[in-house]
Design a protein. Structure first.
Length: 266
């Protein structure tokens, strides 16, 4: 877990993000939650993929976003679902930045953030309607233990939505990629592996949904627009172009695909 936290660690992250808006000539007072989407929804497909995940959460009133990063999806879910949303992440800098950005855009009272582990949730048994896991499972070796925790904290009928990079064929992974600097912190699995881990926790699973085409369409649309004031380079630093290039080679060659699975506690 320390290696994973170190991979994502950064310093003065809130300051760097706000300075990027300054450099683009955008007044800080005009920055709202939507303006942050290009940097705070750190998963393939960005906002479009977030909307697909939200569609699976209809009716949820209490949500835990596991591996929340700097809080983009948690803020979006709090607004769209009008739910009680908490985000947890292993990386303290991400958690502090998530709180600071939420305060900056006027959402500090609608969502909470804390340092926490997917393998040991500080949540009461049977207390949540929903859990989301967006591009996080690639850092978790013991997925069965994680999903056992999900089952423990979900209410009967509760939903877990997993949207991860999953292996779709054989082939080596060239590092770095956005979730790992080396194989030491990378645990990419197949959709079948996820389903077996979920079923071992006695969670019922939907069929996997491959969001590769949505991702490619979203990237094409982004490329056709003027560059955003902030982007994932501000989040991940100077190595991000190499990380993203390596990832897209894997996606385009069919080695991995962004994939969603919905699981339910009976």
């Amino acid at each position: 877990m320390d290696a994973v936290a170190d991979h994502y660690a950064s310093s003065n992250l809130t300051g760097r993000i706000l300075a990027a808006f300054d450099d683009a000539g955008i007044e800080r007072g005009s920055i709202d939650a939507d303006a942050l989407a290009s940097v705070d929804e750190f998963h393939l497909g960005g906002r479009a993929a977030s909307e697909v995940v939200l569609d699976a959460l209809t009716g949820a009133t209490s949500l835990l976003d596991v591996g929340c990063g700097i809080g983009g999806f948690a803020r979006l879910a709090a607004r769209r679902l009008e739910a009680d949303v908490t985000g947890i992440d292993l990386t303290p800098e991400f958690v502090s930045t998530a709180s600071e950005l939420s305060d900056h855009v006027g959402l500090g009272s609608t969502v909470a953030f804390a340092v926490g582990s997917a393998l040991d949730l500080d949540v009461d048994d049977g207390s949540l309607d929903a859990i989301t896991l967006l591009h996080v499972g690639m850092n978790i070796a013991d997925k069965a233990a994680m999903f056992a925790e999900f089952k423990r904290v979900l209410r009967p009928g509760g939903t877990a939505v997993i949207y991860d990079i999953m292996r779709t064929s054989a082939g080596s992974i060239t590092y770095p990629v956005p979730w790992a600097s080396s194989a030491n912190e990378s645990f990419v699995d197949t959709a079948r592996g996820y389903i077996e881990a979920l079923e071992s926790a006695d969670l019922a699973c939907s069929e996997p949904v491959d969001l590769r085409q949505l991702t490619l369409d979203t990237l094409a649309a982004v490329a056709a627009r003027p560059p955003a004031a902030v982007n994932l380079g501000h989040l991940m630093g100077v190595n991000f172009p190499t990380m993203f290039s390596n990832l897209m080679r894997l996606v385009n060659s069919g080695v991995v695909a962004p994939t969603m699975i919905v699981a339910t506690k009976d």
